[in-house]
Structure formats: C-alpha cells, structure tokens
Design a protein around this ligand. Structure first.
Ligand code: GDP
Ligand code: GDP
Length: 444
C-alpha cells in the first residue's frame, strides 16, 4: 500500500500573452486528475488552480491567464499583481508563446521579466500541429531562455516532453518525517474563505492549555504545526492558510491565498471546510471544496455562525449546501458557532470518525463478498457485445480508501455503475467522512 505523501506540492505556473493557449494547456494538464471526480453534480472547476499528475506524482498548476481582465494598454499591466504573486510561488515556469503568430514584442517583454526573476523557465511554442517545428521555433531562440519546445495544447502533442523538461531534475525530497513519525494522529487543516471564522475556530479548539508543541516554520514553504490534546487523544493542526500565531492566539494576518489553502489541504489528512452561515455558498467555497475532493482527503463540513439564525435562514442554507456542495454528502455536516462554542464539541469526534474511515483496512475477502453481492443485485450494463465481468476486489490505498476491482471488459463500465459500487462499499464498511475511490483493472 502506498504511503501517504504530505509534502508540499511542486508548483508550476503558466505565463504568456492572452490567447496563446494557456487555459487550453491548463485543462489538458489537469483533466486526467479531474477524471476521478469529473461528473459529480455541482462540482465546478477552479479555472486558475489545478492539481495534476506527472508520472504518479501530484503537482499544482497555476494558470495566470484568467486573473485579470485583459489590459487595454500593454503587456506590463497583464503581468499584474496576481501573476507576480503566482511567480513568487512557482517552482517552475512554463512560458507559453504562439507559433502561429510568431515572436511578438509582448513575448520579449515577458521574457525580460522572467529573466530578471531568475526562475527555472521552460519556453514552449504552442499551436504547432501540422507545422514544420524547427522552422516555427527558430526565431524564439533569441529570447535567450533556452531551446524552445514545440507543442500543441489542443492536439496534445509534445506535452510529455514538455513536462519531462519542466519537472525533470526536481529532487525527490526525503520522505515526509511527520507522516512517518506520527501515524497515530489526525493531521487537521481548517480551511475556508476569508472571514468565515477560521481563526476564531482555531483559537476555540486549541484553548492554549491543550497545546503541547508548536513548530515555527523554517521557511515560508513549511507549515506551522501545532500538536494538541483533547480527551486524551492527540491531534496535529497544520498551518491553516493565512493564519499566524501572534502571542497566544491565532489571527488571520495574511491575505487569503488559494495556493496556501491547497498546500494545507495537501498536508492534512482531515480537512475541516468552514462555511459562513450568514452568507450564501459562493463559488469560492465550491472551489475550495473541489480542491479538497481532488486530493481525496477526509472532510468535515463546519457551518459556522449558526447561533441565533431563524428557521427560515437555516432551511435556506441547508438547501444551498445540498445544491452547491452535494458532492460532499459523504461528510459529516456540523452546525456550530466558533464565537460562543455551540456545537464545537462535536468537531473533534467528527474528525476522528473521518480519520478512521480514511485509514480503514478493508480485508480482501469481505471486499470481494461485498462486490459479489452487489453484482448479483445489479449486473453492469452490457456495452455492445461486451458484458463486464467483475471477479474480486482488494484495497489499493488509504486516505482515501481505494478499492481495486479486477475483471474483464472493465473499460466498458459506466460511471453510474462505478458510483453504485462506491455507495455499496461505503455502506458496507461504514465509511463516513472520506471520499472513496473505485478503480478497475483488466485481467487478474
Ligand atoms: P489563453 O488566453 O492563453 O488562456 O488562451 P486559450 O487557451 O483560451 O486559447 C486561445 C485560442 O487558441 C483558443 O481559440 C484555443 O482553442 C486556441 N488554441 C489553444 N491551443 C491551441 C493549439 O495547440 N493549436 C491551435 N491551433 N489552437 C490552439
Ligand atoms: P477568518 O478570516 O476565517 O479567520 O475569520 P475570523 O475568525 O477572523 O472571523 C471573522 C469574523 O467573524 C470576526 O468578526 C469574528 O468575530 C466573526 N465570527 C467568527 N465566528 C463567529 C460565529 O460563530 N458567529 C458569529 N456571529 N461571528 C463569528
């Protein structure tokens, strides 16, 4: 079974003029990952930040294209604040240009900025399908950013070579110490958009006397980790995006950052997604929820500021959550007030339950029996001459639990059948609070 990886994600930022194909490339890189969660009702994609996989290793892609409305006057405005911030966070940069329009003054300006920053830049010339690559890329050498790579984002050409070049040579860090040293306790990230009450909740949860250790991060990339104890159980709270400790309490002292939120989610095994009951569910809430889901981390949904709301508002909010965050229906929903303590006692028990579900051991004989009973009840649909036949199941991982099913013609299994099996396993093993993945393997 694969060890859980808590390392910060390598971050790749895509920059370039408008219309060179940045979002097309972003979609291509992140789509494979999305396939796991693709057709969940209500799940919307974050158009700027995505998690992708390269040879089994996850990385984060940031598309700087959608950040700001296209400036009327010149390229410098386009390389605006958010892009600069994304570049600060980048381990690697893909500078995308357009082989059909050729080298432009805008490309030269961007190249100059990138050279000043001294980041690892890979120059790619896009839209080259059907063209003579050497000819198209020739003039881009003069940007002084190394050999340009010819790609076609829309046709999927040259993408493998591109990512080899972009991510190659990144040293694989030592395996995470924290995960190996302390598998005994949940690692919790409390996330949510600004002002939902994260710092209030953290302070209430910690109540100083419970804190037993506190690591100040060595670099901005490291997480703060706080170990604490409650009812004789140990927990680690990891840097909740945007929070810093000032004196004895935590405060939201930083600007909210999706990037940091995603890193915190990555380094947790249980995510407490915090919502503000006084506001409707926003796209930002849904995006954060979507990021949690793509990592497969366990989730507790904490609806904060619940005190004193009338029945009408409470109903409306419950409906809003069911409609917009329905894909988190496997999670415990808690209605709390971080301010006056209402319901906060339920939070750690929900975290424990989610953690146990995420780490559950699912024995092969019971998995296979459950599978057989499910198939007997409903056979997978026939696709043309093919009737998928499912033979046995075993566990392929945890956090999230992965159930690997072996059989024949498995490529013909429909998504709704996969979901039927997921639900069956979830019920049989009482896996509340964690996503669950079902994968199929052809043959034995
Ligand atoms: P962005 O503004 O840099 O994010 O660019 P988009 O991804 O929105 O793409 C701009 C246009 O270029 C769209 O019409 C895309 O369909 C098109 N495009 C993107 N990649 C390719 C490609 O590899 N080949 C061709 N021919 N067109 C592409
Ligand atoms: P953060 O940005 O998510 O860390 O949010 P804060 O913890 O700083 O809280 C934002 C605001 O919401 C502050 O004014 C808090 O006092 C308030 N707040 C936090 N929790 C509650 C709550 O349970 N009920 C109410 N009514 N207000 C709260």
């Amino acid at each position: 079974m694969q060890p859980i990886d808590f390392r910060p994600l390598t971050t790749v930022v895509i920059v370039g003029r408008p219309n060179v194909g940045k979002s097309t490339l972003f979609n291509r890189l992140t789509r494979s990952r999305d396939a796991l969660v693709a057709d969940l009702p209500g799940l919307t994609r974050d158009r700027h930040y995505g998690r992708a996989l390269w040879e089994e290793r996850p990385y984060l892609v940031i598309d700087t294209g959608g950040f700001e409305p296209v400036a009327k006057d010149g390229i410098l405005r386009e390389m605006a604040r958010q892009t600069e911030q994304a570049l600060d966070e980048a381990d690697r940069v893909i500078f995308l240009t357009d082989g059909r329009s050729g080298l432009t003054p805008g490309d030269r300006t961007i190249a100059e900025r990138l050279r000043q920053r001294g980041k690892h830049v890979t120059l790619a010339v896009n839209k080259v399908e059907g063209m003579a690559r050497a000819v198209v890329t020739a003039e881009f050498h003069e940007l002084g950013l190394g050999d340009p790579l010819a790609i076609s984002s829309s046709h999927g050409e040259g993408i493998g070579d591109l990512m080899d070049e972009v991510l190659g040579g990144i040293p694989v860090p030592e395996s995470s110490t924290s995960s190996e040293k302390r598998p005994d306790r949940p690692r919790i990230a409390i996330v949510g958009r600004p002002n939902v009450g994260k710092s209030t909740l953290v302070n209430r949860l910690l109540g100083e006397e419970r804190v037993i250790a506190f690591d100040q991060p060595g670099t901005t990339r490291d997480s703060i980790e706080v170990d604490f104890e409650e009812n004789g159980r140990l927990y680690t709270l990891i840097d909740t995006a945007g929070l810093r400790r000032r004196g004895k309490v935590f405060e939201a002292v930083e600007k909210f950052s999706v990037f940091k939120t995603m890193q915190s989610i990555e380094e947790a095994n249980v995510v407490v997604l915090t919502l503000d009951a006084r506001q409707d569910i926003s796209d930002q809430d849904a995006h954060i929820a979507g990021h949690v889901l793509t990592t497969g981390r366990a989730v507790v949904l904490a609806v904060n500021k619940w005190e004193g709301l009338d029945a009408h508002r409470r109903d409306r909010l419950r409906q809003d959550i069911a409609r917009k965050l329905g894909f988190l229906d496997f999670a415990h929903h808690l209605f709390i007030s971080a301010l006056d303590g209402l319901g906060v006692n339920g939070l750690l028990p929900a975290v424990d339950a989610a953690y146990q579900a995420a780490m559950a051991r699912l024995p092969t004989p019971r998995l296979t029996r459950t599978l057989m009973a499910a198939v007997q009840k409903h056979q997978p649909a026939k696709a043309g001459p093919f009737r998928p036949k499912l033979r046995y199941a075993h566990q392929g991982g945890h956090n999230p639990p992965i159930v690997v099913i072996h059989g024949s013609a498995v490529a013909h299994i429909q998504d709704n059948y996969r979901r039927y099996l997921e639900n069956t396993f979830r019920e049989a093993f009482e896996l509340r609070g964690t996503p669950l993945r079902v994968e199929f393997r052809q043959g034995n």
